[in-house]
Design a binder for this molecule. Structure first.
Ligand code: ACO
Length: 217
């Protein structure tokens, strides 16, 4: 296996890889925003923007040249969540609203920029390992390598919106702590509706997790 920063020449390949590999993320399975193998413009345009931050990590199976997994890492700046919530008003997709209102809502409430006195945060936005390579520690390795990228790039805080129990296990094992969480089955929207009750166990919580970094550079 060969780990590397995602070069610009491979952005499209990563998007195509995620189109196949990421739709089984537990919140997406329950809500149904993206379907396996089908272009998913709303998410893919965000992923491309994240890739352009130049902080993402990929792993290639050297034997086949295939992408085995990726960690899409981006920069979050003060005010980004509020801007994204405003922009969401022009998006019709109910599925998009259901997923991103959950994530943006908790991030807004957590207010990490004020709490940790930072003006930018390293966000591990998408963690994905191809089905046939799972269960071998690849996601954990991608996570650890992302943390190194964050430290080398001078970030003081790494954050992950861990929608999957497996990501939460990895994040905990490398020292992230839970800043805020939502129980999928218990959460009710403003009208008292339970939107996330279909998310399957063991993925019982969405956890916003963080770690302060040593700042070696
Ligand atoms: N059943 C039980 N435990 C599992 C499973 C499973 N199917 N998959 C992973 N785990 C556990 C492992 O045992 C390990 O825990 P341990 O260290 O205590 O043994 C931990 O989760 C991590 O295992 P890895 O082998 O490093 O994870 P893997 O390479 O299999 O990738 C991932 C995990 C990325 C979640 C993969 O299953 C995947 O791509 N899923 C679909 C997309 C997704 O859900 N991504 C995460 C959403 S959150 C986000 O993107 C920020």
């Amino acid at each position: 296996m060969e780990y590397m920063k995602v070069p610009e020449s491979r952005y499209e390949e990563v998007i195509e890889y995620l189109r196949e590999a990421f739709p089984d993320e537990p919140l997406n399975v329950a809500i149904g925003l993206c379907q396996k193998g089908v272009p998913c413009e709303l998410l893919e345009s965000q992923d491309l923007q994240t890739l352009r931050d130049g902080l993402s990590v990929m792993v290639i199976d050297k034997a086949t040249g295939e992408i085995a997994g990726v960690a899409l890492n981006g920069i979050s700046r003060k005010g980004d969540v509020e801007t994204a919530m405003e922009a969401m008003k022009d998006i019709d997709s109910i599925e998009y609203h259901h997923i991103f209102e959950l994530l943006f809502g908790l991030n807004k409430k957590a207010d990490l920029f004020n709490k940790y006195k930072v003006d930018k945060i390293f966000e591990l936005r998408i963690l994905s390992v191809d089905g046939k390579y799972r269960g071998r520690g690849i996601a954990k390795e991608l996570f650890q390598r992302s943390e190194i990228v964050a430290e080398e790039s001078g970030f003081k805080l790494i954050k992950v919106d861990a929608t999957s129990f497996f990501t939460q296990k990895i994040a905990e094992s490398v020292g992230l702590k839970t800043e805020a969480e939502i129980n999928y089955k218990e959460f009710e929207d403003n009208e008292g509706k339970r939107i996330y009750y279909k998310v399957k166990s063991p993925h019982d919580y969405y956890k916003l997790m963080v770690k302060e970094l040593g700042n070696k550079k």
